[in-house]
Design a protein around this ligand. Structure first.
Ligand code: GDP
Length: 496
């Protein structure tokens, strides 16, 4: 009965969204990426530009690669109520006010609150068709869906029972990079008897320590990427609920789980997590996306060294499991995504001089090579780009000891350090970010945090958002890098 009603629901939802798609008037764009990859800033900038572009004069056209705009066919764009009443709205106005300082003035500008849960925003784009028999006015309702990339790592859980997940998670915690972070949790685990009586107290303590371990992996200087369950770090609306109060237990393969035991309690909650959290997310949100941008904070991983780069590579490949889901599996028959374009974007390219943007793109391409392979397996078109949704720096050539060095200039965040100097968050500074290697494979080499001698020639400082300039007495648009290219890939063909 429950499988039947599930399938019925899934079919109903699929039909609704296909109707939107077939009429060509709707497009659902997913924006994802691991924590701090730049989702909130990207969406805020994207909406800001779409809302303002149609007011630009021919001479100003600042998005030359975005065809509908460059050809003067963009008539208007406006925010409209989103179709899904149960999903929080993306707080565009608040985020934009944070970035610019809003009514409080530019001194108070700051980066907005990052993504913590799913949210959505609809923007309607009105345009003139390019040519041919369909010439004339048209519109596209673009639904932007923002969600944590960590949640995608949960899909494989649907195919695993509690005992298998427990074994794999405990095994992973013994690796050289993770063992010291897992010590407290593993210490407590050693005191537990899975076949002993169920205890809420023990379940809570185990869940707390396990979550602290997952958090430590994410926050560690090695920037290890996240392990499932994704909601343990980003619980969204589930915070504190029993479906999140479980943790792995050592269970021998094939041994049964006695009813009333601690293991039975944990198993029930693990299954509840799958049915109340994982499945609805994939069915109601992920499976309805048409296009996807995956943001990757490549520079932070480069800053942390080769093991963080390799770890990020693994996480991106795992994330893409959700897009591929092998044709024969049960999961694929339920959740087969219909995404036809995926853009991988290395964010925060404004931390580099423009001469290095192509190198950053080449590094990302290598980093997501296996992930791309998965995406192409479902027939999606894939592209890779280095961009800055909000460009916080400008460039300058500075002469030092008779040679000219390429620098970037911006206001480093208070507390950032370079060569022993600590910045106050107010003054501008010129930084020499160094060169990314011409051979992208170099960033994967080496084992430790530090790069091999002589190879550590890149360095990044976090900057405050830029102060918007003025054009004809009105605030100038937020500066960016390659946002027009991103928009053209994601939307261009639907605005012809
Ligand atoms: P989310 O967790 O994916 O929503 O990440 P955010 O969009 O909140 O971005 C995390 C942080 O990265 C921000 O607070 C900024 O410090 C930084 N950031 C994001 N995008 C940019 C960008 O385009 N340029 C610069 N310089 N920093 C950025």
């Amino acid at each position: 009965m429950s499988l039947f009603s599930d399938l019925f629901n899934e079919a109903r939802i699929a039909t609704q969204s296909v109707a939107d798609y077939v009429t060509g008037t709707g497009l659902r764009l997913g924006v994802t990426g691991l924590s701090r990859s730049g989702k909130t800033v990207f969406i805020t900038a994207l909406v800001h530009h779409l809302l303002r572009l149609s007011a630009e004069t021919r001479a100003q056209r600042s998005f030359p690669v975005f065809r509908v705009h460059a050809e003067g066919r963009l008539t208007r764009a406006f925010l409209d109520p989103q179709p899904d009443d149960a999903v929080p709205r993306f707080a565009y106005e608040d985020h934009f006010a944070d970035l610019t300082g809003g009514a409080d003035g530019p001194d108070l500008r700051k980066w907005p609150q990052s993504t913590r849960r799913i949210s959505e925003l609809r923007i309607v784009i009105e345009f003139e068709r390019a040519t041919g028999w369909r010439k004339g006015p048209a519109s596209l309702a673009l639904d932007i869906v923002d969600y944590p990339g960590e949640w995608l790592l949960d899909l494989p859980l649907l195919a695993k029972d509690y005992a298998q997940w427990s074994r794999e998670t405990i095994d992973a915690s013994t690796s050289a990079t993770r063992a010291h972070l897992a010590a407290d949790w593993r210490g407590f685990l050693a005191t537990l008897d899975p076949s002993g009586p169920a205890s809420e107290e023990q379940a809570r303590r185990a869940a707390e320590l396990f979550t602290a371990y997952l958090r430590a992996c994410r926050d560690d200087a090695l920037a290890l990427s996240t392990l499932p369950p994704g909601r343990f770090l980003l619980p969204g609306e589930m915070e504190g609920s029993p479906a999140l109060t479980f943790a792995p237990l050592p269970l021998s393969e094939g041994a049964g789980i006695a009813s009333g035991s601690l293991a039975a309690m944990m198993e029930r909650r693990y299954e509840a997590y799958k049915s109340h959290v994982v499945r609805p997310f994939f069915r109601d949100h992920f499976a309805r996306l048409d296009r996807q941008i995956v943001l990757v904070d490549t520079l932070s991983a480069l800053n942390s060294g080769p093991s963080a780069v390799r770890d990020l590579e693994t996480a991106m490949t795992d994330v893409m499991t959700a897009f591929r889901t092998g044709r024969s599996s049960l999961i694929s028959t339920i959740f087969r995504p219909r995404i036809d374009r995926i853009l991988f974007a290395a964010t925060k390219a404004d931390h580099l001089h423009h001469s290095n943007h192509d190198r950053l793109e080449a590094i990302l391409k290598l980093l997501v090579e296996r992930a791309i392979h998965r995406a192409e397996g479902v027939g999606a078109g894939v592209d890779v780009i280095a961009l800055a949704a909000v460009r916080a720096t400008r460039e300058a050539s500075i002469r030092q000891n008779g040679t000219s060095l390429e620098a970037i200039i911006g206001v480093p965040l208070a507390g950032e350090k370079v060569d022993g100097e600590i910045f106050d968050g107010k003054a501008e500074a010129a930084i020499f970010p160094g060169e990314l290697p011409a051979d992208p494979k170099r960033v994967f080499r080496g084992d430790g945090l530090a790069l091999p001698e002589g190879e550590n020639d890149w360095r990044f400082v976090r900057f405050r958002p830029p102060i918007a300039g003025q054009i004809d007495g009105r605030p100038a648009p937020l500066p960016h890098i390659r946002m027009d290219r991103a928009l053209e890939f994601l939307l261009g063909d639907r605005l012809l």
